[in-house]
Design a protein. Structure first.
Length: 324
């Protein structure tokens, strides 16, 4: 799995520039899709795949344009599931170095990236960056010292666990565990951390404080686009002299396979199980990239931003006839 480290070095190097280089480092927009298939984007040959089977056609014009204007890494590896990949990306070290290589961190389990591992946000923050996480964390949250704002992020908006509803922002029942998650947060007064258990499985936080009803009924790709645009706008207004690091950890295209009806309607010809909503989620992923990069344009930041897009592992299923 050595190749992801090379990709990470391109990111981490921004925060580790020698002091003799004149001028501030560029902004960094790191976008991580979730379970996006290799050939499910145009720049990786989706047209050839769709020529053999039209039901596999996808729409990724924004990503294709970024690929044409940038550099595509054709040989890089990912771990088999979410947590090890994210842990490797954020630390620059193999997840096996700190026991995160096997499976995901489940809700309620006392597991997290150890505090003696310095993650990318902490390194960039030490170099003067403002840092923001929008989207999925999945690196442990069982105690306050492990949540994103305690690990170098100035701002956080999203969810802690592996998968949840795109529209209600609740997580499903986990094996051998009660529905719902313990969401730790710091009490207003000194003392031990408080544990917040939502019996409905709500996993949705802003700056690591629970959001009980916010954004219910709004699809997460739209929420994360909106919040990322707000982060960029606020940074341009309030911190224009500092570099910005945004880690946009998308929910798309991870299960559950569900999408807005207007996007699903474009793929009414697809009969493969899960492929129809999956194709819609791919389109929503591309829309998110379009909306967030447009915000960089709107605020005059695009030409001074290193934009990186990659995916956790691979598409988790093969096409199947409906009903199988």
């Amino acid at each position: 799995m050595g190749r992801p480290l090379r990709l990470l070095l391109a990111v981490a190097a921004v925060g580790l520039l020698p002091t003799r280089i004149a001028g501030p480092p560029p902004h960094v927009l790191l976008m991580l899709a979730d379970d996006l298939g290799h050939s499910d984007v145009g720049f990786n040959g989706n047209a050839a795949v769709a020529a053999r089977d039209p039901q596999l056609k996808t729409e990724t014009p924004t990503l294709d344009a970024l690929a044409r204007s940038g550099t595509t890494l054709r040989w890089h590896y990912s771990c088999h599931v979410c947590t090890p990949t994210r842990a490797t990306l954020m630390t620059g070290r193999y997840a096996s170095r700190f026991g995160a290589q096997h499976r995901v961190f489940l809700p309620g389990s006392p597991r997290a990236v150890p505090l003696n591992e310095t993650i990318l946000a902490e390194r960039l923050k030490a170099r003067g960056f403002r840092t923001a996480l929008v989207g999925k964390w999945h690196l442990g949250f069982y105690a306050p010292q492990f949540v994103p704002t305690a690990r170098g992020f100035d701002f956080q908006y999203g969810y802690y666990t592996g998968d949840e509803s795109y529209i209600n922002h609740t997580c499903g029942p986990c094996p051998n565990q009660a529905r719902g998650c313990v969401v730790p947060h710091k009490p207003s007064a000194p003392g031990p951390a408080l544990g917040f258990r939502d019996p409905c499985g709500r996993d949705w936080t802003r700056n690591d404080r629970p959001l009980q009803f916010d954004d219910t009924g709004e699809w997460s790709p739209y929420v994360f686009s909106r919040v990322s645009r707000e982060v960029i706008a606020n940074h341009s207004r309030d911190h224009a002299t500092q570099p910005l690091f945004i880690f946009l950890a998308m929910q798309t295209t991870h299960a559950p396979y569900e999408a807005p009806e207007d996007v699903l309607a474009k793929y009414s010809h697809v009969s493969y199980k899960n492929r129809r909503p999956y194709a819609a989620l791919i389109e929503l992923c591309d829309q998110t990239v379009r909306n967030v990069t447009a915000a960089l344009d709107d605020h005059g930041m695009r030409d001074n931003t290193l934009i990186i897009f990659l995916s956790v592992r691979f598409a988790p299923f093969l096409p199947e006839p409906a009903g199988r």
